[in-house]
Design a binder for this molecule. Structure first.
Ligand code: PGA
Length: 263
């Protein structure tokens, strides 16, 4: 059992999946599992991050679940407000659609879509100023880990946003540590390695903000039902950002249960 007093978060990152009919089936199955084997909101917060296209539909489908399951955007524009920005969705528009949470800085956005320090700072700042809660993703590559730079890289990614986050806004940030080499590869960081990095992140956060001790730090990277209990038992792992396994209702539910059972 983890001694943590932080209510865990388990968030499914659906990425560019699935087609509508499958999404509907997945949500129906997940809602049924929540009804049959309840997970109290105070034991574990739940979120699902579908494609931008599906956000409102998923939110509507989740509205009759037995407990809150929050809809989370996978990204947000670096431009605030409204205007002539083809293809973009701003933080204000997300909020207007009733979406309260957004992932920012996922490694796929950093690596494939060229998100960098400047664009991420703008996204974080706009999202927080608009009133969204941010799940800020950090993580090192295999190369960086093998060169002994993992910790420095991750802490730098956290320091990167420090300049744009106002003191009280840290309360609206969740950090997700996702080692890039563990994402979608089936390779998970060992619970010991993950805990060690989470403890470093916690130390770093404590130096930056008075909320450091109470912020949730999620682990992501090949989390599945089979490794969730071990990860959940680590004191500084306060939940999971789940990719592949969140596309299976039973697996996602099992992972949520593993974290809820630590409370
Ligand atoms: P994965 O993805 O669980 O499929 O490794 C995690 C993520 O990218 O958020």
């Amino acid at each position: 059992m983890s001694a943590s007093t932080i209510t865990p978060w388990v968030i499914g990152n659906w990425k560019m999946n699935p087609v509508q009919a499958q999404a509907q089936q997945l949500l129906n199955e997940f809602k049924q599992l929540l009804q049959d084997h309840g997970i109290a909101e105070e034991k574990c917060h739940l979120g699902i991050a579908p494609t931008m296209l599906a956000l409102s539909t998923v939110q509507a489908q989740l509205s009759d679940a037995v407990r809150p399951v929050y809809s989370v955007a996978q990204d947000v524009s670096r431009i605030a407000g409204t205007g002539a920005y083809t293809g973009e969705v701003s933080a204000e528009l997300l909020l207007d659609a009733g979406i309260g949470y957004v992932l920012i800085g996922h490694s796929e956005r950093r690596e494939i879509f060229a998100d960098n320090r400047d664009s991420l700072n703008a996204k974080v700042q706009n999202a927080l100023n608009a009133g969204l809660k941010v799940i800020y993703c950090v993580g090192e590559s295999l190369e960086q880990r093998e060169a002994g730079q993992a910790e420095a890289v991750v802490l730098q990614q956290i320091c990167d946003i420090a300049g744009v986050v106002a003191a009280e806004q840290w309360a609206n940030i969740i950090v997700a540590y996702e080692p890039i080499w563990a994402i979608g590869t089936g390779k998970t960081a060992s619970p010991e390695d993950a805990q060690a990095m989470h403890a470093k992140i916690r130390e770093g956060l404590k130096q930056i903000t008075s909320y450091g001790a109470s912020m949730a730090i999620l682990y992501g990277g090949s989390v599945k039902a089979e490794n969730a209990v071990e990860l959940a038992a680590c004191p500084d792992i306060n939940g999971a950002l789940v990719g592949g396994a969140s596309l299976n209702a039973q697996s996602f539910h099992q992972i949520a249960l593993a974290f809820a059972n630590t409370q």
